[in-house]
Design a protein around this ligand. Structure first.
Ligand code: SF4
Ligand code: MG
Length: 336
């Protein structure tokens, strides 16, 4: 498969007001192929959104700083682009949808006017043609009364409808990559399922790839081809979705999977992982998960684990594995 996006050894630091430095992303490597859906999963504060903002070149710099690495789209390093060149890529080759559409929709313009502006920024079409395109897109995202909605203001729509509109806007210039940052988190469960289904349909129809950012493993199961698990600024495990669910290797991944609702239980409140993600200005010396890890060994607290390959497409950052990807300690395979 053809490589679309390549993030190579990306490190991002923030200068805090108190003079401290926060390593919010460290040595992050991943590839997204054309048409692929890749999930970036982890608790809040793990660096997922910062990574996506860096791809869009929307990081506030300063206080943010990309201290190392490159981000290449179709082989071209986005970090070398001027902001003006980037504005031709944003909303066009890469577009993004967020958890709360109200933050990216302009309250004073109608849906139609916002869509037309977005289309005409990247395509040489008349207002009338752009209007027609906008109407078709609204129909495509399942809005039945598109003629009415196109003339409405964002506050007149429900949360689910607003997210449909956002998807229509995001897809309006046929992006090669759609970055979706917790797009369904604010919606109720039924609407959530509809929006996920819609995103996958739009991705297929427009032949886009998706980088899906979420903290929710059930969303991952329903959407992703491949999964990257992020913890405290690092990717700690990566595998094809089936492999990750059937054969999770990192203790953090196992813990995340336990937070998923199971079909046969009627437990409403799910167990969360004890403890919290360490703040990026006070990271542990060794493995960043060590303070919460039930399998932590003495050297986990002093030495950072390197990435080991379990299989060609399955890698894990943990001391339980040797360089060859074999278990370093007998009897530790079953983490459950
Ligand atoms: Fe746990 Fe050690 Fe692996 Fe970190 S390196 S996840 S502390 S076993
Ligand atoms: Mg986030």
């Amino acid at each position: 498969k053809e490589v679309l996006l390549e993030v190579d050894q990306l490190s991002i630091q923030f200068q805090l007001k108190n003079g401290k430095e926060a390593k919010v992303v460290e040595d992050v490597n991943f590839t997204i192929h054309k048409g692929e859906t890749v999930a970036l999963v982890g608790e809040s504060g793990s660096g997922k959104s910062i990574t996506s903002l860096a791809i869009m070149r929307l990081l506030p710099i300063p206080p943010g700083e990309i201290t190392a690495g490159s981000i290449a789209l179709n082989g071209k390093n986005l970090l070398a682009y001027k902001q003006k060149e980037m504005s031709r890529i944003r909303g066009n080759e890469i577009s993004m949808i967020f958890q709360e559409p109200m933050t990216s929709l302009d309250p004073v313009f109608t849906i139609g006017n916002q869509m037309i502006e977005g289309i005409r920024r990247h395509q040489k079409v008349s207002r009338k043609e752009a209007w027609k395109k906008a109407l078709l897109l609204l129909q495509e995202v399942g809005i039945a009364n598109a003629e009415k909605v196109i003339a409405e203001y964002p506050h007149q729509l429900s949360g689910g409808m607003r997210q449909r509109v956002m998807i229509a806007i995001a897809m309006s210039n046929n992006p090669q990559l759609l970055i979706a940052d917790e797009p369904t988190t604010a919606l109720d469960v039924t609407v959530q399922a509809q929006i996920l289904k819609l995103m996958l349909k739009m991705k297929k129809d427009h032949q886009s790839a998706i980088l899906f950012i979420t903290h929710d493993m059930s969303v991952v199961a329903e959407t992703a081809d491949r999964v990257m698990v992020m913890y405290a600024g690092q990717i700690v495990e990566e595998a094809p979705v089936r492999e990750l669910f059937l054969n999770p290797q990192h203790p953090y991944t196992t813990a995340l999977l336990k937070t998923m609702p199971s079909l046969d239980s009627d437990v409403k409140r799910l167990p969360s992982i004890p403890g919290t993600v360490p703040p990026a200005y006070a990271l542990p010396d060794g493995c960043r998960f060590a303070p919460r890890c039930p399998h932590a060994m003495a050297h986990c607290h002093v030495e950072q684990p390197a990435i080991h390959y379990i299989q060609e497409a399955h890698k894990v950052r943990c001391h339980l594995f040797t360089e060859k990807g074999e278990l370093a300690h007998d009897g530790e395979r079953s983490f459950a």
